[in-house]
Design a protein around this ligand. Sequence first.
Ligand code: AHM
Ligand code: MG
Length: 324
Amino acid sequence: MRLDDTFMQFLLNHQRRNKRSLNFLILMESIMTAARRIEHAYKSGALQSKLGEANLTNVQGESVMEMDLLAHEIVLHYLKASNQVMEVTSEEVEKEIRINEDGRYIVYFDPIDGSSNVKHSLPVGFLFGICKRDLDKDETYRLRSGNEYIAAGMFLIPSGLFTFALKNSGAWRFIMDETGGYVRPTKINLPEEKKNWELSWNVGNKNYYDNRVQSWLAENENLYNFRYAGSLVVDFHRLLHNGGMFLYPAIKNHKDESKNKINGKLRLLYEASVISFIAKEAGGFAVDEDGNDVLNIMPKRRHQRSALYVGNRELVESIQRKLI
Ligand code: AHM
Ligand code: MG
């Protein structure tokens, strides 16, 4: 019988080695439990007719799926139960949710990333970023930049894969075993070898990208394979294996003005910063529409959007030279 190392063993060793508290383990246990629950709900979603729309729109004016709401409730429930969390921000709720004034952590999450995949039972994600509250002074409840995250992760649902990054310590992949536990830590790095590099972007938007982006694409798009699943977690998961770049640029000059997204589509706190944090720990880099390092962006609004160019440093720096 093969007895694999579990996520909790991995984290316990990390905390001990770095002489850190065990509070973080309690927090992560609640996130792992939530992910297992979401996996189960998603796998049985079609049978239970839970993959439809909730007939609501969210804070961003986008239609909400039943699964978005269910996953949000699951994550919130387990975060509350952990007693470790001061405040959370969820994609599904406009304002912050205060949980425990004495909690050590702040959590930003998107309970279901890639909602348009839900009704087709295609893979989706669950993204989270974790910051520590101000412990040496009164907490000001300010929003944090990606550089202040201490950890971030993404679950690929329902494939049972989990990618987890720890500040200045690297990124790891875990797989779900037959008992539902996440096991077998494997260190991951974006491959430098260009053979399998891919570009990932919504080709349908190409004519509405800034000229600088269109010019970069004209020079580069034929050099690499193209893949796009419509879920950031799925697309970035492929990139972590194969290398390349994911881009969701600003959309300008659309014939239908309501389709313009001058700041891109992805949300900074629980999408762009989370993916950029994981990318950095896997040896990569991420910039926004002006070529700024995404991890340096100080959020002004909770659900602020950002364009995103993320992947192998060489490719991101190449487009950055056009953007700045
Ligand atoms: P969501 O949070 O509503 O699911 O939106 C985020 C998703 C990302 O996962 C994905 O990269 C992007 O939106 C796809 O957008 P588009 O359909 O415009 O290509
Ligand atoms: Mg979402």
